[in-house]
Structures are given as C-alpha cells and as structure tokens.
Design a protein around this ligand. Structure first.
Ligand code: LIP
Length: 245
C-alpha cells in the first residue's frame, strides 16, 4: 500500500474513533497543571500503529504515546494521535490527528485530519499540498500589521515564561493573535493561508512533522530550533514565507 494512502486511511479510522468519544465522559490517565493525558490518546495511537505495522511490519513508530516496531528501521512514522488533547477533553471541537513518515530522516508524507470539520490535509514530498483533494497555498501577506498569527505556550512555566514576551510584543503589532491549542492544525492553517504564522517555544516532533512538509509545499517556511534545556523539544516559527515578523 502507498504510505500516503495508508496515512490517510489510518487518520480516517482514528477520526471515526475520536468522533465516537467526543463529548462523552473520558478516562483521564494524567491531569497536570497545563496538560491532560487521556486513555483515548493511547487507544488511538494503538489503532494507527496496528494499521501501519500490518502493512509495513519492519517500520518504526515514534509517537506521543510511545515507540513501537523496529526502531533501527530507516522508515519512521511520527504520530500524534490527538493533537489538541486539552481542547478534546473540554469539548472544544479544535483538535486533529497528525501522521508523518520519514525515510533516512527525510520527511516523505504528511497527513493532518480534523475529524469534526472533516478536513483532511495531505502532502507527498515534491507533490502539491492538498485539503480535501484541492490544492492549497500559504497567504501572501507581508506586513505584520495585516496578519493573523497563532502563538502557543505549551505546557510548563518555563515555556510560558519564554513565550509571554513574544506574545506581548506581537499582540500589539499583529492584526490579531490567536492561541488555538493544536500545533498541527496551526501548521495546516498556515499552509492553507488561514493564518500567516504560528510560533511556539516548545513542541515535540510529532506535533509538527506533518505540518513541516505541508507548510513548505504550500510556499511557506518553517524554522525549528532544538531547545538546549529540554531534550526532544523544539521552538518553531512557521510562516507564509514572506511575512516580515
Ligand atoms: C499540544 C500542542 C499545542 C501546545 C499544547 C500541546 P498535544 O499538543 O498541539 O500547540 O500548545 O501544549 O503540546 O499535547 O495536545 O498533543
């Protein structure tokens, strides 16, 4: 099976599971100051993992809810089963499934699926970025004063402290600043021209992997800097490619 078609099928199956639980009582695995971990996060990753390893027995899975498969494989799937888990828990219909695959470290396919709005973003390396089968492109706005931006604060006092000064600066300069709670959807919105930029001080690769391929294919640009103080965490600045931040 073609990896992109498999990623789309897995995202649709996961989306069906999430829709069936959305708005219902949920089993909470962990309730933290600025984060919530649901049993459904693990259940959904297990569903996606099973579908992938059924087709590609020897591939590696790297997901928010853990590792699976052959970790020394050059083919690695990067999964966020529910991006926007806190939104999901509170019944806010703004969350998604994010699936990416990379070969020898090079991103090859990316899928982001919003199961409530039934919006499926997909992209293959070198191919057109698509939303529900139609080509998309990043916006052309250059002036921050004309722009709408999304700023994320992540989950810790440290990341909030480091994000506040940036937010305090941009909120006066941009037309509007939003805080939407899903890094992957923020990236998809930049790729679709709905947002002109998305900035966050601390994300994991699974939050943004599919979005990186999508934003770059849509004419935008993504800067990822590893955080020296947090292993496997990155600061990210994704823009339409022309915005003068
Ligand atoms: C979320 C990100 C969001 C960030 C949250 C959290 P999760 O991912 O999408 O941008 O602000 O703190 O990291 O935990 O819902 O997969």
């Amino acid at each position: 099976m073609d990896p992109l078609d498999l990623a789309v099928a897995a995202a649709q199956a996961a989306g069906k599971l999430l829709r069936s639980h959305f708005g219902s009582p949920l089993n909470v695995d962990a309730m933290e100051t600025h984060d919530i971990k649901l049993e459904l996060d693990v259940q959904t990753q297990t569903l996606i993992t099973q579908m992938i390893l059924d087709h590609f027995h020897d591939h590696a899975i790297y997901g928010e809810e853990g590792l699976a498969g052959n970790q020394s494989s050059p083919n690695q799937w990067i999964l966020d089963p529910i991006d926007g888990t806190v939104n999901f828990f509170y019944g806010i219909p703004h969350f998604c499934i994010s699936i990416a695959m990379r070969e020898h470290g090079q991103l090859q396919v990316g899928v982001i699926y919003d199961p409530i709005r039934d919006e499926m973003w997909q992209v293959r390396k070198g191919g057109p970025p698509l939303l529900n089968g139609k080509p998309i492109a990043a916006s052309k706005r250059t002036a921050v004063s004309d722009s709408i931006l999304s700023v994320g604060f992540s989950k810790t006092k440290t990341t909030i402290d480091s994000g506040l000064p940036l937010f305090a600066d941009l909120v006066y300069r941009a037309r509007k600043c939003r805080m939407m709670g899903s890094a992957a959807l923020d990236m998809a919105y930049v790729a679709s021209g709905r947002l002109d930029a998305y900035i966050e001080q601390s994300v994991s690769l699974w939050d943004v992997a599919a979005g990186i391929l999508l934003v770059e294919a849509a004419g935008g640009s993504v800067k990822m800097e590893p955080r020296s103080d947090m292993p496997d965490k990155f600061s990210v600045v994704a823009t339409n490619g022309v915005l003068q931040l």
